[in-house]
Design a protein around this ligand. Structure first.
Ligand SMILES: [Fe+2]
Length: 449
């Protein structure tokens, strides 16, 4: 008996699950992510017409005011010529990492389908020259990446998803994110943003990043009092240089753009659910989709219309916004928030296809209803999605962080303007379930922290 007990103890360390981890790799109180004179947190985002322009946001310390962005046509020589300078607008942010200046430059007048180099200015320093190709005409093929919530442990666990996605789709031009990029929710999340940029790395600088806002990019004011309300976190408007053409009631957090044959409309689900803007956003979305001349449509929002997680029901989204999505026959609805995987449509119709996915390590559990109404579903799996689109086909793939195919289908346009969906079962791995009874912290309603 005693021998057996010793044997079990000896066996335990090699069998143990990784212990619960902190949310960031930098210790609490560390100023590792404080802004300096050297530009960081550089991220490109689409303008309304990304075949002729884009926008860049970056950060420095307080010594830099209205810095320059330089852009030129890319060539093989380091002797970059024909540089055009664009002056940025600057905003000030005070965080647990001190004061930082956040800059935004909008570039337009570019040639379509052309490779450019750009760099951004600090104080006595410049960033690297980054290469970015403007989007082409609608008849050219386009590759996009889509990531569900990253939210936690961005350096430790999210960065390898980003790297895997870039290896799987090195030709991706746009990176869509479901929101909840950080856990944040209060004024102590600057190091989490630092980690998000460390994880996103060159992806943020050399693809056009288009994020939906998640509930964690808001914080609760007057929490646990009758006056409790959601307030937009201060990072969001300064961190991304988004088009700003959203619904009036959610101006900084909803937007749309056209990308080489796809109209992408980004909705603020938190504002719709908690700030009473569902109707206003539905009216805006209706107009944006009615004016769509592109062959494909994607709607991106954080909270799903059909939740795969037990006990979650986003009634206002379903009642107010979903009819607009159905009426305009949106092709793909990309969502997050529920930290599981699940896809469904509406009966036998080819479109819309509703996807919920997760990139980060926080993993929840599927409801029984999700298992009955969605296919495939998945738990305990970090994923990324690759979308390959041309005028006739939209090909969707969900891959696990190790690169294995988890879900795949193709939408095909027929001659009558209709669409067909062809499921691809071949090469998919079996659906994954959570095998743990509880998380390292003892939670039975989740699968991993
Ligand atoms: Fe969320």
């Amino acid at each position: 008996m005693r021998l057996l007990a010793i044997g079990l103890l000896l066996a335990l360390p090699s069998m143990a699950m990784a212990a619960a981890e902190p949310n960031t790799q930098v210790p609490s109180g560390s100023r590792y992510y404080a802004a300096t004179a050297v530009p960081d947190r550089i991220v490109a985002s689409p303008s309304v017409d990304p075949s002729h322009g884009f926008a860049v946001a970056w950060r420095t310390n307080g010594s830099v005011q209205s810095p320059l962005l330089e852009i030129a046509r890319a060539d093989d020589t380091p002797a970059i010529e024909g540089i055009v300078q664009v002056r940025a607008k600057t905003q000030v942010l005070q965080t647990e990492n001190g004061l930082s200046h956040h800059h935004r430059a909008d570039i337009d007048g570019l040639q379509p389908d052309t490779l450019y180099v750009y760099r951004v200015q600090g104080n006595g320093s410049w960033s690297a020259w980054n290469q970015l190709r403007t989007l082409a005409a609608a008849d050219q093929p386009l590759t996009l990446l889509y990531f569900g919530d990253t939210q936690n442990k961005n350096v430790s666990h999210v960065s390898r998803v980003v790297r895997a996605a870039q290896k799987a789709a090195p030709d991706a031009r746009i990176s869509l994110f479901a929101g909840d990029l950080v856990s944040g929710g209060d004024d102590m999340d600057d190091s989490e943003w630092g980690e998000w940029f460390a994880a996103a790395n060159w992806l943020a600088q050399e693809t056009l990043v288009a994020p939906a806002i998640g509930n964690h990019e808001y914080f609760e004011e007057f929490e646990d009092t009758p006056q409790e309300r959601r307030v937009l976190g201060r990072h969001w408007p300064m961190t991304f240089a988004l088009p700003g053409n959203g619904a009036g009631a959610a101006a900084g957090t909803s937007y749309w753009f056209d990308a080489q044959g796809v109209r992408v409309a980004v909705v603020d689900g938190t504002s719709a659910l908690d700030l009473g803007t569902a109707k206003a956003q539905a009216q805006w979305l209706d107009k944006v989709l009615a004016g769509n001349r592109q062959p494909w449509t994607i709607v991106l929002l954080h909270q799903p219309f059909y939740s795969p997680r037990e006990g979650r029901e986003n009634a206002a989204l379903r009642k107010v916004l979903l009819p607009v999505v159905r009426r305009h026959r949106v092709d793909l609805v990309l969502q997050g928030h529920d930290h599981t995987y699940g896809r469904r449509g509406e009966g036998q119709a080819a479109t819309p296809q509703y996807v919920v996915t997760v990139a980060g390590p926080k993993q929840y559990r599927l409801s029984g209803q999700a298992r009955r109404t969605m296919d495939p579903v998945g738990e305990d799996t970090q994923l990324f999605q690759v979308l390959r689109i041309d005028p006739q086909r939209l090909r969707y793939e969900a891959r696990t962080v190790t690169g294995r195919l988890y879900d795949a289908f193709e939408l095909r346009r027929d001659d009558n303007g209709g669409k067909q969906r062809v499921e691809q079962q071949e090469g998919r791995i079996a659906p994954r379930d959570c095998a743990r009874a509880q998380t390292a912290k003892g939670r039975t309603d989740r699968c991993w922290e």
